[in-house]
Design a binder for this molecule. Structure first.
Ligand SMILES: Cc1ncc(COP(=O)(O)O)c(C=O)c1O
Length: 1008
């Protein structure tokens, strides 16, 4: 570093100054800096600061403007940005005169203890999405901010890229100079104009990899240095961050996509911004190269200026090889938009005009003449190596013969293992281009091929590389409404090329070429690779026929399903499988953000059997969370019943069918009289909503009595009845027509379970609410309660509780609803229904979750009297409720519970669990209470049996530790300190012992 021409304060002098102006005794360490002096100060009490002594000539107004930015951000709150320490004189900036008579400014910010992103990246896999989330939120917060000083000419403003042209000649490296010149040209010929039309605001403008800090968990805990802030185009902030984040990444675009996805999620971008983003990233790199060249020319000894220049040059070189159109489409995909603009319109035109499209091959495309080729299976030897073309050809044509089909079909979006040469390797570590973008038609070589529509030959080429296409022809088609798209014919014979020279106009039905033999067709079994392209993305004859699976969205948008033109009435499109991280990203693009995912490292489940779940990597998990797949995941009898009925008939209830009455009979038979009438619906929520309508119709009232912390469903009407939702984040509090009865929690509530009158006393508290309604002259329509309180923390109702409340509610003219969505169908072991534990008969019972073993089904069971009151002339129509398939499934679930004696199993295994858990609890004060019946069990964790302080964190830790041991459990309750156990009721004694052993060990690990 060159020596500045002003006083350099020593660390001792810095300490003296710091003490003088901030009244703090501290030790100092000097940090690097271009001109300003930066000291890391540590005070006696351990607090740390960064103390800055600015170079002479620093603009105090500019520092004041930065202070205002920090102030604004601090006011909004929640951002990991430095905060100012005011001096003794209550000012953020203090002026002093140094020994040389220079005016120097002092400023102190709190120290953020982190590692710079650039360094952390060298040894860790970082979550790049964090950068996007931070910047998106920051830009959103800065929308409200402005300052005259931010409106300035600044060479680091991407909007001022043109001004760098005067420095580009100073770039020493010929290649870098060429890239930079090209970028500047593009900026001046279009990008600048487009940028000018995008939104403006004040931005940080320097979220580079040295200004971002991460903590020990690799979470961003600091964005520092607001010295480059400026009022310019919002998108430039993201472009700057991307330029630095993409450096040294194996797939720079993938990392950019992660950041853009996250940014867009919190601060939606515009299509016009995203269209120029890739160019703006390049502009930032070009600016960096120009600035470094200019400054290096002035100070050839100043190595500090060259920091990160190698990374800039490397990324410039790599970006020069990337396809900007693909980058743009990947960025659009990151925002959840149609990746290739216009694709949907082409698909629609082809769909609407299907009858205008002619055949491509002479063979019949009737389904009976087609055979799906198992290409991976027939092409690879036992070691996974591609077999010779003659052997593959014989195998494929033999399979077609055996199926009596003249045409073999290779599927669209099939993930193939046959593309093994270096030609198919992508820039991404370990990823190959394997996803098939066309449809293959295996027919004998020399089969003539015809144009399905009028077109013009735009490519006629022999792609002679090994395993490439061999001869290839691409036609351009224009629709009457002005759309353009292309069709590709690959793996042809060489004789095809003179048939279709570039520029030739081809009419629909006219000869295009011939299927080629191996090896001239690239050395494949004879077939036509037929592909539709909406855009050739500048690739011409090299337009991909297979793509990396990670780019499936982009390439399937560029290349829609060719069956739009081939018209084969068979399933010729494969399912794209994605790695867990990709699924997470995909969910964030196309699903509502309030869907949550379990676990920090989410699990991708691909199979379930019994009480076990299996991940994509084949790991087996014991499922103790799932009370939906009640009789075991994918129970074969349920699957068979569903398949059988689905293959026969599925209609609505307006036709007569045996299933609905058989099921209703059998279901009602499990209930005590007078519960005898069923309504079939599609979910627990729908069941509860219908229960409300029944109660309202019966009573002519609207008011409802509910129990605290309850959850009754996701419909508007039920959020109103769910304190678990309306009293927590995002909720609007208790609505006027609802009164809340306290949870009858005999462990933690005001009345304890050792009180012999516990049930009655809690009932009295509920009846107080009933009386309050009555006093207001609006008695309630109904009282609704879960038969065991699930979200409340597995709370079992004390004896007599429901009996007293039911009597009072009925006397007041209201109805009693039991929500059995969680606990019904034998789970509690001793009884089929949870309300039976209370020795009551509700007026309405609602069923869900376990009823269909995973199939969306629900039911309401009520009395004839209530059902009749609802019958007021308005039809109750439910499109899917009670359909023959759902009824077949529901009925089979009942049969399996009976035939496999699963209710008894729930009782036996539940008793075993409870006995052992109580023994464990007796020796461990962390367990406040164990409560349960059958396979519905709660373990409440507390720090102290006296205070009952909830051990929420410990409960979470145990759940995570158990996950690491392949056992899935969840936590719940108002304080989230109750371990919740509700496995499929096939859960057996071995499973119970596996759980108990591991639980005991995990408990010991978190016990102080
Ligand atoms: C007690 C209770 N009632 C109703 C529901 C709503 O059921 P669904 O999610 O099927 O709509 C739930 C769901 O968790 C529930 O636990």
């Amino acid at each position: 570093m060159s020596r500045p021409d002003f006083h350099i304060y020593s660390v001792q002098e810095a300490c003296v100054l710091f003490a003088q102006h901030f009244n703090l005794a501290a030790t100092a360490i000097r940090l690097p800096g271009e001109r300003d002096l930066n000291f890391h100060m540590t005070c006696e009490d351990g607090t740390q600061f960064i103390f800055k002594i600015y170079a002479p000539g620093t603009d105090q107004d500019w520092l004041a403007a930065q202070d205002q930015v920090l102030d604004h951000i601090a006011r909004i709150g929640g951002f990991p940005v430095p905060q100012l320490l005011l001096s003794k004189a209550d000012s953020s900036t203090t002026a002093i005169t140094d020994d040389d008579g220079n005016r120097r400014l002092l400023r102190t910010l709190n120290w953020i203890d982190g590692t710079v992103w650039a360094k952390a990246r060298e040894s860790h896999d970082l979550d790049f999405a964090q950068i996007g989330t931070l910047l998106g939120r920051l830009d959103d917060c800065m929308k409200e901010f402005d300052h005259p000083a931010a409106h300035r000419d600044f060479l680091w403003d991407i909007a001022q890229t043109s001004k760098h042209r005067e420095f580009s000649d100073l770039i020493g490296d010929d290649n870098v100079r060429a890239y930079v010149t090209d970028i500047l040209d593009r900026f001046d010929h279009g990008i600048a104009e487009k940028l000018a039309k995008t939104p403006r605001q004040v931005i940080h403008n320097d979220a580079n990899d040295y200004n971002l800090l991460v903590d020990g968990n690799l979470t961003i805990n600091g964005l520092i240095d607001f010295g480059d802030f400026i009022e310019t185009h919002r998108i430039c902030n993201l472009a700057v961050a991307l330029a630095y984040a993409m450096m040294d990444q194996p797939d720079p675009l993938a990392c950019a996509v992660d950041i853009i996805t996250a940014y867009h999620r919190v601060n939606p971008l515009g299509e016009d911004e995203v269209a120029i983003l890739y160019d703006l990233i390049a502009c930032r790199l070009a600016q960096s190269a120009c600035m470094a060249a200019q400054q290096y020319a002035k100070e050839p000894d100043n190595d500090y200026l060259l920091i990160s220049q190698a990374g800039v040059n490397d990324l410039l070189a790599r970006m020069a090889k990337l396809n900007p159109a693909i980058a743009h489409y990947r960025f659009r995909d990151a925002c959840g938009w149609e990746p290739c603009p216009g694709s949907r319109k082409v698909v629609n035109w082809l769909t609407v005009n299907a009858d205008q499209i002619g055949p491509v091959i002479p063979q019949s495309m009737d389904a009976s003449n087609l055979h799906i080729v198992d290409l991976n299976g027939l092409s690879l030897d036992p070691d996974g190596k591609l077999r010779p073309a003659n052997i593959v050809t014989d195998a494929i044509f033999a399979a077609m013969d055996a199926a009596n089909a003249e045409v073999g079909v290779g599927k669209y979006l099939e993930n193939r293992k046959v593309y093994q040469g270096p030609f198919f390797e992508t820039a991404t570590r370990g990823e190959w281009r394997s996803l098939h973008l066309g449809i293959d038609l295996f027919v004998p070589d020399q089969t003539p091929l015809f144009a399905p529509l009028d077109g013009v030959v735009v490519v006629s080429n022999d792609n002679a590389r090994d395993f490439d296409y061999g001869p290839i022809i691409i036609l351009e088609h224009k629709t009457p409404c002005g759309l353009t798209f292309y069709t590709k014919y690959g793996h042809l014979s060489r004789t095809s090329l003179p048939v279709s020279p570039v520029g030739k106009t081809v009419r629909k039905g006219e000869l295009v070429g011939y299927v080629g033999p191996y090896p001239e067709n690239g050395n494949w079994a004879p077939h036509l690779h037929f592909q539709i392209m909406v855009d050739l993305v500048g690739m011409g004859a090299d337009i991909c026929g297979v793509a990396a699976a990670s780019e499936a969205n982009v390439w399937s948008s560029i290349c829609p399903n060719p069956n739009l033109m081939l018209g084969m009435a068979i399933d010729c499109q494969d399912i794209v499988e994605r790695a867990p991280a990709k699924i997470t990203a995909e969910r964030s693009r196309h699903l509502g953000p309030n869907l949550s995912i379990s676990y920090k490292k989410p699990l991708k489940m691909v199979r379930g059997a019994g009480q076990y779940l299996y991940t994509d990597t084949g790991e087996k998990y014991l499922d103790m969370v799932n009370n939906v797949c009640h009789i075991g995941h994918s129970h074969p009898r349920v699957v068979a019943a569903a398949a059988k009925q689905a293959a026969e008939l599925n209609t609505n209830t307006r036709y007569l069918h045996d299933n609905i009455v058989n099921y209703a009979n059998e279901l009602v038979a499990t209930f005590p009289d007078p519960l005898s009438v069923c309504f079939f619906v599609n979910s627990g929520s729908e069941a509860n909503d219908l229960a409300l309508r029944l109660a309202q119709a019966y009573s002519g009232r609207r008011e409802m009595l509910i129990v605290d912390h309850a959850y009754h469903g996701n419909l508007t009407s039920l959020i109103d009845l769910s304190p678990y939702k309306f009293n927590r984040k995002g909720g609007k509090g208790c609505p006027d027509h609802v009164k809340i009865c306290p949870m009858p929690d005999g462990f933690r509530g005001p009345i304890r379970s050792d009180d012999p009158e516990c049930g009655r006393k809690y009932a009295d508290l509920a009846i107080d609410q009933l009386r309050a309604f009555e006093a207001e002259g609006r008695p309630p329509a109904a009282f609704i309660a879960e038969s065991v309180l699930g979200c409340g923390g597995q709370i079992f109702l004390p004896d007599g509780y429901l009996k007293h409340i039911y009597a009072a509610v009925r006397a007041s003219g209201g109805l009693c609803i039991a929500d059995e969505v969680q606990v019904g169908f034998g789970r509690v072991g001793s009884h089929m229904w949870g309300f039976e534990l209370q020795d009551v008969v509700p007026d309405i019972v609602t069923l869900g979750k376990p009823i269909g073993n995973g199939h969306p089904l629900g039911a309401v069971i009520t009395t004839r009297e209530v059902a009749n009151a609802f019958y007021n002339g308005m039809e109750y129509f439910n499109t899917f409720g009670g359909n023959p398939v759902s009824c077949a499934i529901g009925r089979e679930v009942l049969h399996v519970i009976r035939d496999e004696r699963l209710q008894a199993n729930a009782r036996i295994v539940g008793d075993h669990m409870m006995a052992r858990l109580r023994e464990i609890a007796a020796g461990n004060p962390l367990i406040g209470e164990v409560r349960g019946a059958g396979l519905f069990i709660g373990i409440e964790l507390v720090h102290s049996l006296e205070t009952k302080e909830p051990a929420t964190e410990k409960a979470g830790q145990i759940a995570n530790m158990m996950k690491d041991r392949n056992i899935l459990i969840s936590t719940d309750g108002p304080m989230d300190n109750v371990i919740k156990i509700k496995p499929p009721i096939t859960f057996d004694l071995d499973d119970a012992n596996t759980f108990l052993g591991n639980f005991e060990e995990c408990l010991a690990l978190v016990t102080p």
